[in-house]
Design a protein around this ligand. Structure first.
Ligand SMILES: C[S@@+](CC[C@H](N)C(=O)[O-])C[C@H]1O[C@@H](n2cnc3c(N)ncnc32)[C@H](O)[C@@H]1O
Length: 276
């Protein structure tokens, strides 16, 4: 079913009016693909039906937002980058008495727990203050629960074994339980509630108070935003990152143009330059 650009724009303005989220800066093609999914999922006959349903039912609009925000994630996503994290960033954190880490767009929590386990293995967890945020409230709810479906997490074992081999520690048996009967696995109870997960829209909500961070994860969000919005976001993150500290983007995300001058590229990471 074809969704016209004018319908997409109307949907974006309904969302802005009802919820305050501004999707006008996201790539339209990916929004269209997600809206097609909404139409299919709810058996709607025409995009106009979607417009009417959203106009009359703000709770339905929240479901649409959940579907528009693509929450695909993985444990130790792109393991090669996590190996470099161990080599480059862990030794840097080990020199600090206390440090702050922010996972922006953490989705259902896999990335934030991956980090927590590494810090635990390297005996750094007591020095860490970790927050993890996402604009999708369902994702945050699931992140707090720390329970996942085995059939969805196809790369789960592959990545866990790769990182376990690399650091010489059986991550799976230490941190997870598995329930084959229910086809789920989860983070062991004692490792829940260590990360502060909460709902936050990085484009529109105020930044955490007095915030300055030693590492900011912002992986696989920039790809959905237009260049202007990407740059504004990077400037925002630059301001709350401490000097010589790290911004960890997605494997396929690169800083281009003037914002790239603010950082040195160190392995897969962007390190904020010293201000002279
Ligand atoms: C593809 S997932 C990436 C998850 C994880 N960072 C990773 O790399 O595996 C993108 C996430 O960005 C979130 N997101 C999109 N726009 C956002 C915004 N303005 N503020 C906060 N989170 C946002 C979505 O809800 C989704 O969970």
């Amino acid at each position: 079913m074809n969704i016209s650009l004018s319908t997409v724009e109307k949907i974006i303005s309904i969302i802005k009016e009802q919820v305050g989220y501004d999707f006008s800066q996201y790539h339209k093609e990916s929004i269209v693909r997600r809206l097609e999914r909404v139409i299919e999922e709810y058996n709607l006959k025409h995009p106009d039906e979607l417009l009417t349903k959203m106009t009359n039912n703000p709770v339905f609009t929240l479901n649409v937002i959940d579907i528009i925000s693509i929450t695909t994630t993985e444990w130790f996503r792109d393991p090669c980058t996590w190996k470099e994290f161990v080599k480059v960033i862990i030794p840097d954190l080990a020199k600090k008495e206390k440090f702050n880490i922010w996972h922006i767009a953490c989705s259902t929590g896999q990335e934030a727990y991956s980090l927590y386990f590494l810090l635990d293995i390297f005996d750094l967890v007591d020095r860490a203050n970790i927050i993890a945020t996402d604009m999708n409230s369902n994702a945050i709810f699931r992140a707090r629960e720390g329970v996942y479906y085995l059939y969805i997490e196809k790369d789960f074992f592959k990545n866990i074994y790769e990182i376990s081999d690399y650091i010489g520690k059986d991550i799976f048996n230490t941190y997870y339980y598995i329930d084959e009967k229910e086809s789920i696995f989860g983070v062991k109870k004692e490792y829940l509630n260590k990360i502060k997960f909460y709902k936050h829209n990085i484009l529109t909500d105020p930044l955490p108070e007095n915030s300055s961070f030693d590492v900011i994860f912002c992986r696989n969000l920039l790809i959905y935003l237009n260049t202007e919005c990407q740059n504004l976001l990077i400037y925002k993150l630059y301001r709350i990152l401490k000097e010589k500290c790290f911004l960890f983007l997605g494997y396929h995300e690169t800083l281009l143009g003037p914002v790239s001058d603010l950082f040195d590229k160190v392995s897969y990471f962007y390190r904020k330059k010293e201000i002279k």
